[in-house]
Unconditional design. Sequence first.
Length: 630
Amino acid sequence: MDITPIYDLRDRLRTAMIAGTNLLAEDFRLKRAVEAMAPLEKAAPVFAKVGELSRKLIAPDDGGKDGKEGILLDAITLTDALCCTQGVVAVSGELESVFADGDEEVGNISNPYPRMRLSNVPYSTLHPLQEALTTSGSGHYAYVTECHREHPELFRDYRVRVAMVQALGAAYAELADDVRAWLMEDGEDVVPLLMRGFDPKGKKEMVRRLHIIDKWMGAAANDFYIKQLETAEGELRQNLIYALRHEPKNVDLLLDLAKKERGNAKKIVYRALACNNDAEVEKYFVALFRKKPKDVMEYLRWSKAPWAAPLAAQGIMDQLALKPEPTGDKKKDERDMKVWESETALAMQVLCCKSGPEVCAAMRAAADCAGKYGTALQGDVLHVLQTSLILQASEEWIALANSIYEGDGERNGLMQYFPAAFLAHVIDECGGKKENAGTDWVTWVEEQFEKTPCVPVHFLEEALSDLMFYEDKGYAFEWFVYDDIGGYNHYYTRPVSLEIKGRFLERLISCNSRKTDELLGRLFDPSDKEVCSRMEEYFYKKALTGTSREYFEPLSRCGCTRCDGLLVHYVRGKQKLSMWEIEYYVRYMPGSTEAKVAEASKIPELVKSGKVNIRDWNEEGYMNWVQKEL
């Protein structure tokens, strides 16, 4: 239906308001617009009413008791309302990037990620979210976090992106930090908005902006960092200095800043400088190491420069040599040992992902010096091994992890490093390509549990604690390293093509441990029918041995449609319970609706026989709930 005549009539009525009612009868354009309304009047009563009022306006009389003025006001009010109802909230055509072709430039930096969009989302949906992001008020934080959890796609809309940038300065720090974390994960397209209006004199808001720019732009924003550094102060200045680490051309600038900066800013200059593989930088740190070895170890933490590895290894060997000798004073010896362990464990982090014979020798020496399972140093040696395997998985680190665990011709193996050896075997044999997947690692695991002494179950659990399963991507080891300057975690993923089935699955089941069960519950592949069948059998038996709901989620992942005996076992295992406890248990219990109803219907008979004691028991109310709510 063509509704153009209603818009034409509205235009003529507005003109009549300006010209005056005395000329209405002579307005031939208005008469033509009224005549054009005839087809629409047959379509709906509201159009007919508009036509009736319009004809009264062009009639030769004076309009009766309402007068032409009153009729004109009624006509144009109804016409405006009618036009409003015919409006649309969408336009035809393809959605296009706000930054066309990625050539939006801010601060001479092109945005290479033209992904922001104006989505076809009603204003009524986006406005509450924009308001919660940009204003203070009770419940705003909860609303934003819930919205991000339930509808993350809304946060990619350009209008919300603008509000998110503003939220980086929110008075509620938790909201500002959450928004920063979201943009750190998925915010490369917001860089131009972050650079626009950047204030080098700013405080925490600008620091958060810089963290996101640094993450996504790196060296590409080097000119921007240098420009802002001219007038920046405090924490923002420190973070701008740290961002200079990306560009090797900044070495001279950093060396100059090392002479001028003081306090924490000076330390950050050193950390940024240490990231450069430059002969002048190497010479500088070798000289500094002779004077302040502990400080240099801190500066080398994030350095991947080849020259940093032997220097870091030397620092570890020197620290190990400082291990205190017993003096006979028990309290003093314990205190001295704790201080040494703490300092050594902290220094160990510098070896992460570095390589070379000096690093391997330092790692072996630290493992030998760390003592048995559970000491601070042992935990950090294991941490360095696992971190390095997941981040780079080089042959050197794989061989190192195995030799520390198994030993070699000169030293005995150390069982407490089984988690690292397990990781090394899996990565080496299942290195991310399905066609190269092997099962020798399963044989190796079986051998470790069969030898004397065998590996404790909790070592295997620790080995699997960083393994994740995604239905669309499969298995991967995940790790994170905290950046204390940037104030965020660097997340790393190492895909592996292993399968938890067959012999390895049975090995895990035989552990008969709650922790192993928890790992199995989230790691088995629910698309594998054979595995699901075995898991359902195992978890169902487990569910019938306790009174908690810990096995309900894995049973649901198995696709379990039964629940026979679960509720009966639960209520009989409790001395006294309430009706709401039963209802809560039933809601989360696996099984089809029919199976739940059948199982829940067994409770009244148990109550009558005195086998179950339920507070405030109401059989009629309970059965009504079973029949209607389930």
